[in-house]
Design a protein around this ligand. Structure first.
Ligand code: AMP
Length: 464
């Protein structure tokens, strides 16, 4: 099936083509016609399946084609609730990408940062709002958000929302929505609580189900190296020199990391190009062209920069840093082994990343095969988090620098630094999992693991 067969408007087809998508994914094939018809949809799909476009494209089309219920003012016509700020941002970016050229404004709302610019964006007017529930309720409480004219409500990752304890927040938001609306609910799993929520929220919904994303990556050969942060560069150079993969995409968590890795590889005599958000569009295009043309076999990228670039037939994906969000692992490694080609994905994990590794393994439902190298993990004490630097001055609504916040006092106790284990040894998996304070679980007084709430999705907020 092609996108042309989905009855999408020319502008959306153009934007999808520009995003590099050639054919709709199964969830898009199933959901887009239903949403365009105005049906409520209960979608069982995970991030990584193309789920966002499956609702964003038809929602954009409906809003562009239909008259607003309140045409005299710009009001919120579509609300997407996301459990985490990362997902909210990603969804917002997708709406921006797919909706380019349409007369529709989007805004994103999430906690953890000042609310000024978010409130401002709402004041200017947004047709589509992507929000985390905590901050949305805050702004609603302050009278800065009204949901009376919402035509489409999307509840994304409902199971995660419930896991994170947002069920009451979600229900409070729903109470502020008009009765007459289209509702789309997406969830990776359908536990009883999500089914109950679906029954309450949806009217005669169409069920759409696609295989969990994890099954699509099962064909990829995935392995893991425990390695100290300082030795990752050596291990990477070694793997590239030994295996001589034709094309390699290396993922770094930060922009500085991208530049550093490119420098280190060059020192080791390996040609590499880097792309990240600080580079100009031109520099990014040049790097990508060099990689595509085979002038350099290694591309180093951040998750955000790598999103949207479609590089076919990668021989190797390297998770130089473990991703902060487990779903990003699937996105990353999904870039290898495409179109029936064999692919390989390698992850580097230092002691500070064991928590992220655990989350990835939980998501894919299995342990990654562990490989040994000449650089086994020797540092087995997690590094202490540095106290946060005060934020740089922000710009107020009038364009002037807002006053700096007082920096929090330095901690009393001297910060511990990472210690080397006395004898070099690679910790067994159990050692790493249990011995680390950075594991994904911390002991509760009852001796059972306690889930941590997502710190970003609660109070506070920032906009883009
Ligand atoms: P999502 O599940 O929405 O997070 O999407 C996962 C990734 O797939 C994102 O990087 C999208 O840009 C990409 N994507 C979405 N739809 C398609 C498509 N039809 N063809 C290729 N890539 C897609």
């Amino acid at each position: 099936m092609t996108f042309d067969e989905l009855n999408l408007m020319p502008r959306l087809l153009e934007n999808v083509r520009k995003a590099g998508y050639t054919e709709p994914t199964p969830i898009q094939q199933a959901a887009i016609p239903l949403v365009l018809e105005g049906r409520d949809v209960l979608g069982c799909a995970q991030t990584g399946t193309g789920k966002t476009a499956s609702f964003a494209l038809p929602v954009l089309q409906r809003l562009a084609e239909q008259r607003s219920r309140r045409p005299e003012a710009r009001v919120i016509r579509a609300l997407v609730l996301s459990p985490t700020r990362e997902l909210a941002l990603q969804t917002y970016e997708n709406f921006e990408l797919y909706g380019k050229g349409l007369p529709l404004q989007s805004a994103v709302i999430f906690g953890g940062v000042g609310q000024g610019s978010q409130a401002e964006a709402l004041h200017r007017g947004a047709d589509i709002v992507i929000a985390c529930p905590g901050r949305l309720l805050d702004l609603m409480g302050q009278g800065l958000v009204r949901l009376d004219w919402v035509e489409v409500f999307v509840l994304d990752e409902a199971d995660r929302m419930l896991d994170m304890g947002f069920i009451h927040d979600v229900r409070r938001v729903v109470r502020a929505l008009p009765e007459r609306r289209q509702t789309l609910l997406f969830s990776a799993t359908m536990p009883g609580e999500v089914e109950k929520l679906a029954l309450d929220l949806l009217t005669d919904p169409a069920d759409v189900k696609v295989d969990p994303v994890t099954s699509t990556v099962e064909a990829i050969d995935q392995c893991l190296y425990y390695v100290d942060k300082s030795n990752k560069k050596r291990l990477l150079a070694h793997l590239l020199q030994e295996g001589k993969p034709e094309t390699t995409l290396v993922f770094s968590r930060t922009r500085h990391g991208v530049d550093r890795i490119v420098r280190e590889l060059k020192k080791a005599g390996i040609e590499a190009a880097g792309i990240h958000g600080d580079k100009s569009q031109n520099a990014r295009q040049t790097a990508l062209k060099r990689f595509r043309d085979g002038d350099c076999g290694v591309l180093v990228a951040t998750d955000i920069a790598a999103r949207g670039i479609d590089v076919e037939g990668l021989s190797l994906v390297v998770n130089y840093d473990m991703p902060m969000e487990p779903e990003a692992y699937i996105h990353r490694i999904g870039r290898t082994g495409r179109a029936g080609r064999e692919g390989k994905a390698v992850s580097f994990c230092c002691i500070d990343e064991v928590k992220q590794l655990n989350q990835v393994e939980k998501l894919i439902g299995r342990r990654l095969r562990e490989e040994k190298s000449d650089w086994p993990m020797e540092v087995t004490t997690p590094s202490e988090k540095k106290p946060r630097e005060p934020r740089p001055a922000r710009v107020s609504a009038s364009g002037e620098a807002a006053p700096r916040r007082k920096a929090s006092p330095a901690p009393q106790a001297p910060a511990k630094t990472a210690q080397r284990a006395p004898a070099p040894r690679t910790p067994g998996r159990q050692d790493v999992r249990r011995g680390s304070g950075s594991g994904s679980r911390r002991p509760s007084p009852l001796g059972r693991p306690v889930r941590r709430r997502n710190p970003g999705a609660g109070k506070g907020g920032r906009t883009r």
